[in-house]
Design a protein around this ligand. Sequence first.
Ligand code: GDP
Length: 296
Amino acid sequence: MVFEGLAEKLQDTFKKLKNKGKLTEKDVAEAMREVRLALLEADVNFKVVKDFINKVKERAVGIEVLESLTPGQQVIKIVNEELTELMGTSQSKINFSSKPPTIIMLVGLQGAGKTTTTGKLAGMLKKQGKRPLLIACDIYRPAAIKQLQVVGEKVGVPVFTMGDKQSPVDISKAGIDHGMSHGNDVILIDTAGRLHVDEELMDELKDIKNDVKPHEILLVVDSMTGQDAVNVAEHFNEKLGIDGVILTKLDGDTRGGAALSVRAVTNKPIKFTGLGEKLDDLEPFYPDRMASRILG
Ligand code: GDP
């Protein structure tokens, strides 16, 4: 499970602090050294770690003995609050348009889990009473259209396709028209991915964005790729502009570096996480619950 190693190390560190009646500067410094190492080992971005430790240290300096909490417990509370803030403080939801349909564009690199996640999200929205439509715009990867159709069928959501001979912009526009005349209130566009970020991909995505004017662009990244996922997010955000991130494969990521770094590096929130291959393995991302999971 995610944060396995980090949770174990931090809990060890704080066990030592918890029961101390008084904390010396040396105690705090030693604990912060251990926290710093644990975060780096969890593959958290170097600068993010540095800022995080500085913030905690600053707040820990002024700690006074309270009746309710030992100084050690107060340090833990500070770390918990700062971890929560690092991941975005509160849950970030989808921005639904006041005038339906809400158009959501899903982007990401090949293999990140974009097609599966598009289906998961459509299924989740359907359960919430929405009437989603999926549009298949990945015209390059063999079998991508078919894959989306299979996923759509499984979650009971219609899929609009025009094969692989039309441009993604034309397919998107026709799909939106189709959705509007069929009463769909959320339209999810599954765009093409590439193995690496390249200009051609970005240009295509920008064309769709400019033409379709989506209310929400969600980037799907694979948490198991750690800092690569963070770099991808930074790049997509700079080139295209994104509204949020969906972090997939958190079930297989024991380190959690991407989960802890994406928000701080891109200033864009993680909105959902993928927790398995099944189509209901998608959950909203709760920064406070994640922080508590780390600190036990
Ligand atoms: P795409 O190329 O980005 O469209 O990626 P796919 O949707 O085809 O997914 C690539 C692989 O990742 C598939 O085998 C999916 O089942 C798997 N996958 C997607 N999301 C998750 C997840 O949250 N957890 C796990 N364990 N596997 C996932």
